[in-house]
Design a protein around this ligand. Structure first.
Ligand SMILES: Cc1ncc(COP(=O)(O)O)c(C=O)c1O
Length: 286
């Protein structure tokens, strides 16, 4: 199990630099209750928590850190609300790379412990991930830090780390293999990188003739961080910045990162935007 099974589709570093901790090939499980209760007989969930550190970000970290290995870089500078940091900390530890992470104020304690256990150095920034101005200023400061030749800035978004995000496209390749009949894919979005990766992955399969048609890729956001979903549904071309009020960690990204590209890619696939309340999210998770 490794994202490098799909090396012909993604911009891969030389084989000897391809790092893996066994990410990818996560199960696709048909819901016994949630689907039928909502009139959907074939609702399935892709269990990304089955990845080594517990999220799809391992696909990102495997690709991003492998490219750092091939460039002989020794310092990873990153931002995280939890999952990216845990993934990068683990893959950097495996590669012997120093990992420094600016974390959002609300990052869960368990995730911080996971990062620390893998030897990452953490910086907690007040207002980061809540206030769009603080969030953008933090991104700019980190870009400077990551600009030296022996360092790389890793933020899980195409805007900052396209080589790492190519690793996330493997979700689409696996879905096309596991459920060739899939017609709609619903993706939770913070900054939108995950949604864009899945839409691009399907698009790439169509362009290379391996799939007749992309499923409709839908962008789902909490009402308290509706930067992309409503503009997409309303026919706008641009995402918007918002003050973030959702308590759903991982989706607290108040600035426009990959948002405009998400709107374009979801719309081209036939998908749209959906908003859900925090109560609905937590109720459904139980
Ligand atoms: C579990 C989970 N789902 C979805 C997302 C949203 O990803 P993106 O910010 O790329 O939209 C994140 C981001 O941290 C996450 O951790």
């Amino acid at each position: 199990m490794s994202i490098w099974r799909w090396r012909q589709f993604i911009d891969a570093p030389p084989e000897e630099d391809q790092l893996s901790l066994g990410e990818g090939d996560t199960p696709l499980v048909t819901c016994r209750r949630l689907g039928p209760e909502n009139g959907l007989r074939r609702l399935a969930l892709k269990l990304e928590f089955a990845n080594p550190t517990g999220s799809f970000k391992d696909r990102f970290a495997a690709a991003a850190v492998s490219h750092m290995v091939s460039r002989r870089q020794s310092l990873c500078v990153a931002t995280s609300s939890g999952n990216t940091g845990s993934a990068l900390a683990a893959y950097c530890a495996a590669a012997g790379i120093i990992c420094k992470i600016a974390i959002v104020e609300t990052a869960p304690a368990a995730k911080l412990l996971q990062m620390l256990a893998h030897g990452a150095e953490l910086f907690r920034v007040r207002g980061f991930g809540v206030d769009p101005h603080v969030t953008e200023a933090a991104f700019a400061a980190l870009s400077d830090l990551g600009a030296s030749p022996d360092a790389a800035l890793q933020i899980s978004a195409f805007k900052y780390s396209p080589l790492g995000m190519a690793g996330v496209q493997t979700i689409a390749y696996e879905l096309a293999e596991q459920a060739p009949e899939v017609r709609h894919v619903f993706v939770p979005a913070g900054g939108g990188g995950l949604t864009l990766a899945i839409a691009r992955g399907f698009q790439q399969l169509v362009s290379s003739g391996q799939l007749n048609q992309s499923p409709a890729v839908h962008c789902v956001q909490p009402i308290g961080n509706d930067t992309i979903a409503t503009p997409l549904r309303d026919g706008a071309r641009k995402a918007r910045t918002e003050h973030c009020s959702t308590a759903v960690t991982g989706l607290q990204v108040p600035s426009v990162i990959d948002g405009d590209l998400v709107i374009e890619a979801c719309r081209a696939s036939g998908g749209t935007g959906h908003c859900v309340s925090d109560d609905e999210v937590f109720e459904t998770q139980r």
